[in-house]
Design a protein around this ligand. Structure first.
Ligand code: DC
Length: 246
Protein backbone atom coordinates (compact mmCIF):
# COMPACT_ATOMS: atom_id res chain seq x y z
CA UNK A 1 0.00 0.00 0.00
CA UNK A 2 1.21 3.52 -0.83
CA UNK A 3 2.48 5.55 2.14
CA UNK A 4 0.40 8.55 3.10
CA UNK A 5 2.01 11.80 4.09
CA UNK A 6 0.95 15.14 5.54
CA UNK A 7 1.33 18.19 3.32
CA UNK A 8 1.40 21.55 5.10
CA UNK A 9 0.95 24.69 3.01
CA UNK A 10 1.53 28.08 4.61
CA UNK A 11 1.98 31.57 3.28
CA UNK A 12 0.66 35.09 2.96
CA UNK A 13 -2.97 35.96 2.24
CA UNK A 14 -4.17 35.33 -1.32
CA UNK A 15 -1.10 33.49 -2.55
CA UNK A 16 -3.26 30.73 -3.97
CA UNK A 17 -2.68 28.32 -1.09
CA UNK A 18 -6.17 26.87 -1.15
CA UNK A 19 -6.16 26.43 -4.93
CA UNK A 20 -2.92 24.47 -4.80
CA UNK A 21 -3.96 22.52 -1.70
CA UNK A 22 -7.25 21.51 -3.32
CA UNK A 23 -5.58 20.40 -6.53
CA UNK A 24 -2.89 18.43 -4.70
CA UNK A 25 -5.49 16.69 -2.53
CA UNK A 26 -7.47 15.85 -5.64
CA UNK A 27 -4.47 14.36 -7.47
CA UNK A 28 -3.32 12.34 -4.46
CA UNK A 29 -6.84 11.39 -3.26
CA UNK A 30 -6.10 13.09 0.05
CA UNK A 31 -8.35 15.09 2.34
CA UNK A 32 -8.14 18.87 1.94
CA UNK A 33 -8.69 21.11 4.96
CA UNK A 34 -8.78 24.90 4.75
CA UNK A 35 -7.75 25.88 8.29
CA UNK A 36 -8.47 29.56 7.58
CA UNK A 37 -12.15 28.69 7.16
CA UNK A 38 -12.21 27.62 10.82
CA UNK A 39 -10.91 31.02 11.98
CA UNK A 40 -13.38 32.71 9.64
CA UNK A 41 -16.34 30.69 10.98
CA UNK A 42 -15.34 31.50 14.57
CA UNK A 43 -15.12 35.19 13.59
CA UNK A 44 -18.59 35.04 12.04
CA UNK A 45 -19.97 33.62 15.28
CA UNK A 46 -18.20 36.35 17.32
CA UNK A 47 -19.60 39.09 15.05
CA UNK A 48 -23.14 37.73 15.16
CA UNK A 49 -23.05 37.42 18.94
CA UNK A 50 -21.15 40.67 19.60
CA UNK A 51 -18.41 38.86 21.49
CA UNK A 52 -15.97 41.31 23.03
CA UNK A 53 -12.61 39.80 22.12
CA UNK A 54 -10.81 41.63 24.93
CA UNK A 55 -12.91 39.76 27.49
CA UNK A 56 -11.39 36.27 27.89
CA UNK A 57 -14.49 34.98 29.71
CA UNK A 58 -16.74 35.97 26.81
CA UNK A 59 -14.34 34.41 24.31
CA UNK A 60 -14.20 31.12 26.23
CA UNK A 61 -17.98 31.02 26.63
CA UNK A 62 -18.47 31.66 22.93
CA UNK A 63 -16.00 28.92 21.96
CA UNK A 64 -17.93 26.48 24.16
CA UNK A 65 -20.96 27.16 22.00
CA UNK A 66 -19.20 26.66 18.68
CA UNK A 67 -19.21 23.38 16.83
CA UNK A 68 -17.31 23.31 13.54
CA UNK A 69 -17.66 20.50 11.03
CA UNK A 70 -16.71 19.82 7.43
CA UNK A 71 -18.86 18.13 4.83
CA UNK A 72 -17.75 17.01 1.41
CA UNK A 73 -19.36 18.98 -1.42
CA UNK A 74 -20.03 16.60 -4.31
CA UNK A 75 -20.09 19.45 -6.85
CA UNK A 76 -16.83 21.23 -5.97
CA UNK A 77 -15.02 18.20 -4.55
CA UNK A 78 -14.07 20.38 -1.58
CA UNK A 79 -15.06 20.14 2.09
CA UNK A 80 -17.45 22.91 3.10
CA UNK A 81 -17.44 24.28 6.63
CA UNK A 82 -20.52 24.26 8.87
CA UNK A 83 -20.92 26.44 11.95
CA UNK A 84 -23.25 24.74 14.43
CA UNK A 85 -24.67 22.74 11.49
CA UNK A 86 -25.26 25.86 9.36
CA UNK A 87 -23.62 26.08 5.93
CA UNK A 88 -21.41 29.20 6.13
CA UNK A 89 -18.89 28.61 3.36
CA UNK A 90 -19.94 31.75 1.42
CA UNK A 91 -20.76 34.05 4.36
CA UNK A 92 -17.28 33.63 5.87
CA UNK A 93 -15.63 34.98 2.69
CA UNK A 94 -17.35 38.38 3.01
CA UNK A 95 -15.28 41.49 3.74
CA UNK A 96 -16.88 42.04 7.15
CA UNK A 97 -15.34 38.72 8.27
CA UNK A 98 -12.01 39.37 6.48
CA UNK A 99 -11.68 42.65 8.34
CA UNK A 100 -11.90 41.02 11.77
CA UNK A 101 -10.50 37.51 11.28
CA UNK A 102 -6.81 38.25 11.91
CA UNK A 103 -7.59 39.83 15.29
CA UNK A 104 -9.74 36.86 16.28
CA UNK A 105 -7.13 34.37 15.03
CA UNK A 106 -4.48 36.05 17.20
CA UNK A 107 -6.29 35.10 20.44
CA UNK A 108 -4.71 32.28 22.42
CA UNK A 109 -8.04 30.62 23.29
CA UNK A 110 -9.13 30.66 19.65
CA UNK A 111 -5.84 29.18 18.44
CA UNK A 112 -5.92 26.39 21.05
CA UNK A 113 -9.50 25.58 20.05
CA UNK A 114 -8.75 25.43 16.32
CA UNK A 115 -5.32 23.78 16.47
CA UNK A 116 -6.60 20.90 18.65
CA UNK A 117 -9.23 20.10 16.01
CA UNK A 118 -6.75 20.44 13.15
CA UNK A 119 -4.30 18.02 14.79
CA UNK A 120 -7.09 15.50 15.30
CA UNK A 121 -8.18 15.70 11.65
CA UNK A 122 -4.59 14.95 10.57
CA UNK A 123 -4.09 11.87 12.74
CA UNK A 124 -4.62 9.44 9.87
CA UNK A 125 -2.33 11.37 7.47
CA UNK A 126 -3.28 11.57 3.79
CA UNK A 127 -4.12 15.23 4.28
CA UNK A 128 -3.30 18.59 2.71
CA UNK A 129 -3.93 21.51 5.08
CA UNK A 130 -3.30 25.15 4.31
CA UNK A 131 -3.01 28.12 6.66
CA UNK A 132 -0.41 30.19 8.46
CA UNK A 133 1.03 27.89 11.15
CA UNK A 134 0.48 24.42 9.70
CA UNK A 135 4.16 23.56 9.16
CA UNK A 136 5.32 25.26 12.36
CA UNK A 137 2.63 24.46 14.98
CA UNK A 138 -0.13 22.15 13.74
CA UNK A 139 2.05 19.57 11.93
CA UNK A 140 5.69 20.33 12.78
CA UNK A 141 6.54 16.81 11.55
CA UNK A 142 4.71 17.09 8.22
CA UNK A 143 6.65 15.24 5.54
CA UNK A 144 6.20 18.05 3.02
CA UNK A 145 6.00 21.74 3.92
CA UNK A 146 5.43 24.37 1.27
CA UNK A 147 5.69 28.09 2.01
CA UNK A 148 3.92 30.18 -0.63
CA UNK A 149 4.76 33.71 -1.72
CA UNK A 150 3.74 36.08 -4.53
CA UNK A 151 4.18 39.78 -5.24
CA UNK A 152 1.58 41.94 -3.48
CA UNK A 153 0.30 43.45 -6.77
CA UNK A 154 -0.38 39.99 -8.18
CA UNK A 155 -2.11 38.90 -4.97
CA UNK A 156 -4.31 41.99 -4.92
CA UNK A 157 -5.39 41.42 -8.52
CA UNK A 158 -6.24 37.78 -7.86
CA UNK A 159 -8.24 38.54 -4.71
CA UNK A 160 -9.99 41.53 -6.32
CA UNK A 161 -11.18 39.33 -9.20
CA UNK A 162 -12.64 36.80 -6.75
CA UNK A 163 -14.37 39.41 -4.58
CA UNK A 164 -15.60 41.55 -7.47
CA UNK A 165 -17.56 38.58 -8.79
CA UNK A 166 -19.57 38.55 -5.54
CA UNK A 167 -19.56 42.27 -4.80
CA UNK A 168 -19.01 44.73 -7.72
CA UNK A 169 -18.77 47.72 -5.35
CA UNK A 170 -15.46 46.57 -3.93
CA UNK A 171 -12.35 48.62 -4.78
CA UNK A 172 -8.75 47.57 -5.42
CA UNK A 173 -7.60 49.81 -2.56
CA UNK A 174 -9.92 48.13 -0.09
CA UNK A 175 -8.59 44.71 -1.09
CA UNK A 176 -4.95 45.85 -0.91
CA UNK A 177 -5.41 47.40 2.53
CA UNK A 178 -7.09 44.27 3.84
CA UNK A 179 -4.33 41.96 2.53
CA UNK A 180 -1.56 44.17 3.96
CA UNK A 181 -3.29 44.48 7.32
CA UNK A 182 -3.86 40.73 7.60
CA UNK A 183 -0.28 39.90 6.57
CA UNK A 184 0.98 42.33 9.21
CA UNK A 185 -1.19 40.98 12.06
CA UNK A 186 -0.66 37.35 11.03
CA UNK A 187 3.14 37.77 10.89
CA UNK A 188 3.50 39.79 14.09
CA UNK A 189 1.13 38.15 16.56
CA UNK A 190 2.60 36.60 19.72
CA UNK A 191 1.25 33.06 19.25
CA UNK A 192 2.19 30.99 16.20
CA UNK A 193 2.89 33.90 13.86
CA UNK A 194 3.07 33.28 10.14
CA UNK A 195 6.65 32.32 9.38
CA UNK A 196 8.44 29.94 7.11
CA UNK A 197 9.33 26.64 8.82
CA UNK A 198 13.08 25.89 8.58
CA UNK A 199 12.40 22.79 6.52
CA UNK A 200 9.78 24.32 4.21
CA UNK A 201 10.26 24.63 0.46
CA UNK A 202 9.50 28.14 -0.83
CA UNK A 203 7.12 28.38 -3.75
CA UNK A 204 6.96 31.88 -5.27
CA UNK A 205 4.18 31.74 -7.82
CA UNK A 206 4.29 35.37 -9.02
CA UNK A 207 5.22 34.20 -12.51
CA UNK A 208 3.88 30.67 -12.46
CA UNK A 209 0.67 29.33 -13.94
CA UNK A 210 -1.54 27.12 -11.80
CA UNK A 211 -0.51 24.11 -13.91
CA UNK A 212 3.19 24.88 -13.40
CA UNK A 213 2.90 25.22 -9.63
CA UNK A 214 0.85 22.03 -9.37
CA UNK A 215 3.47 20.12 -11.38
CA UNK A 216 6.22 21.33 -9.05
CA UNK A 217 4.33 20.56 -5.85
CA UNK A 218 3.27 17.13 -7.11
CA UNK A 219 6.89 16.29 -7.87
CA UNK A 220 7.89 17.26 -4.30
CA UNK A 221 5.01 15.23 -2.85
CA UNK A 222 5.84 12.16 -4.92
CA UNK A 223 9.50 12.35 -3.85
CA UNK A 224 8.45 12.45 -0.19
CA UNK A 225 5.96 9.60 -0.60
CA UNK A 226 8.65 7.49 -2.32
CA UNK A 227 11.24 8.33 0.34
CA UNK A 228 8.81 7.32 3.06
CA UNK A 229 8.11 4.01 1.33
CA UNK A 230 11.85 3.28 1.05
CA UNK A 231 12.36 4.22 4.70
CA UNK A 232 9.57 1.90 5.83
CA UNK A 233 10.94 -0.96 3.66
CA UNK A 234 14.33 -0.51 5.34
CA UNK A 235 12.77 -0.70 8.81
CA UNK A 236 10.88 -3.89 7.86
CA UNK A 237 14.07 -5.48 6.44
CA UNK A 238 16.06 -4.47 9.52
CA UNK A 239 13.43 -6.01 11.83
CA UNK A 240 13.46 -9.23 9.77
CA UNK A 241 17.25 -9.55 9.88
CA UNK A 242 17.26 -8.82 13.63
CA UNK A 243 14.79 -11.71 14.10
CA UNK A 244 16.90 -14.08 11.97
CA UNK A 245 20.03 -13.26 13.96
CA UNK A 246 18.36 -14.16 17.30
O1 DC B 1 -6.52 31.56 4.64
P1 DC B 1 -7.50 32.68 4.96
O2 DC B 1 -7.14 33.99 4.33
O3 DC B 1 -8.92 32.31 4.71
O4 DC B 1 -7.36 32.89 6.55
C1 DC B 1 -8.11 33.85 7.24
C2 DC B 1 -7.34 34.35 8.43
O5 DC B 1 -7.24 33.33 9.41
C3 DC B 1 -5.93 34.83 8.17
O6 DC B 1 -5.86 36.23 7.96
C4 DC B 1 -5.17 34.45 9.39
C5 DC B 1 -5.97 33.36 10.04
N1 DC B 1 -5.35 32.04 9.97
C6 DC B 1 -4.46 31.72 10.97
O7 DC B 1 -4.15 32.54 11.81
N2 DC B 1 -3.93 30.47 11.01
C7 DC B 1 -4.22 29.57 10.07
N3 DC B 1 -3.69 28.33 10.16
C8 DC B 1 -5.13 29.89 9.03
C9 DC B 1 -5.66 31.16 8.99
Amino acid sequence: MQQKIIIAIDGYSSCGKSTLAKQLANELHYLYVDSGSMYRAITLYFLRNSVNIIDKKQVKKALNNIHLSFENNGETGKSDIYLNDEYVELLIREMIVSEKVSEVAALQEVREFAVAQQKKIGEKKGIVMDGRDIGTTVFPHAELKIFMKADISVRVQRRFKELYAINPTISIDEVKQNLEMRDYIDSNRAISPLKQADDAIVLDNTNLTMAQQLKLALKWAEEKILAMGIMNDRVIKQKKSNKEEV
